[in-house]
Design a protein around this ligand. Sequence first.
Ligand code: ADE
Length: 362
Amino acid sequence: MTTDNKQRTTKRAGKVPRIGATRSDNGKNDAGDPEESVFLDTTLRPSQWNDYIGQKNIKDNLRILLTAATERNHPPEHILFYGPPGLGKTTLAYLIAKELQAQMKVTSGPAIEKVGDLASVLTNLAAGDILFIDEIHRLNKSIEEVLYPAMETGTLDIIIGKGPSARVIQLDLPPFTLLAATTRPALLSAPLRSRFSGGVFKLEFYSEPEIQQIIKRSAKILGIDIGQEAAAEIAKRSRFTPRTANYLLKRCRDYAQVNKRPLDRKTVDEALALLGVDILGLTPSDRSILQAIVSKYNGGPVGLNTIAASLSEEEATIEEYNEPYLIQIGMLERTPRGRQATKRTYAHLNLENPKVEQEKLL
Ligand code: ADE
C-alpha cells in the first residue's frame, strides 16, 4: 500500500469530514466496540468547541495556544494527546484543524511502515498544514529518528545510496504542526516526547453528568427519544467514555426499535443485559480478566503476560482497553509484582475473598 492510500486528507475549513475507522489489529476499533459504531461516531463527533463537552483544562490550554499562534501568524507548536481509547483525542485534532482553517492530513503509526512513507507524507505538506498521527507509539524507532529534525528544525534528512557513496540530502519542509495521539505514552521515546513543544495533554475520564450530556446530544442528532432515567442508566454503564456511551445508546435504540418499545429504563436494562454490560459497565471481557486473577491466581499479584495467555487475549488490548477503567473504579491494582484484585473485585463478582476470610480466622 502506498502512503497516499494510507493518508486521509481533510479539506480546508468547512464541515468536519468523515474519516474511516482506525482499525486495530484485533478487528475492533480501539474502544473494543464493534467497528460499525465508528462510522456513526463520525456523525456524532462534535464539530464545534461548544459541542465538545468536558476536558475543560485541555480546552482552556488549547485556546491560549491557538490564539497566540494565530496572532503571531505562525503554526502552533507540536501537540501530543494521550489517554485511554474513546475519550476524544482525534476529535480534538479535528477541532484544532477547523479552528486554524488548516488542511489536516491523517495517518497512523502502523500505516507508516518505512522511512520513505514518512518522507512522502512530510514532503507533501503545505505551509500551515496539520499532520495528525494516530497511535504514534507504533512508529518504529528508525522512523521516529526521521521525525525529530522534522519537528525541531523543519528539515528532512534523506540518505541516498548505500555504503561509502551514501549521501545525505537535507530538505526544508514547510512550517507545519504535528498533532499526535497515543493510548500508550510510556512507549514513546523520551526524545520524541520532548519534541512536543506545544504541550503534552492527558485526556481524563469524563464525569457521569458530562456523559449524560453527551448521550442527550447524540440522541438528539440521531433522532432518538430517550427519557432522563434511561440516559442516566446508559451514562452509569459507559465507562466514563463518550465512544462507549454512544455505542450503548445506539444498541439500546436498536433493541427498543426491534421490540417496538419506548427507550426507557426497562428497555436499557434489558438491552444491556443482552450485551453482557453489567451495572458498572463491565463487559464479559472485563469480568473474565477479573475472574481469572481471582480464581486462577488467588487474587494476584500476577503478570499481565500470564493473564493474557490464560485468556488467549492480546496483552496490549488488556492494557490499553480493559485496565484503565478497571483501575479507575478500583477493581484492579497495578503493583510492581503484577496485577492484583481488590476487595471491590470480590464483592462485585460475588465471590468470597480468601485473604479476608483468612484474616477473620487469625
Ligand atoms: N463525542 C466524543 N467526545 C465528545 C465530547 N467530549 N463531547 C461531546 N461529544 C463527544
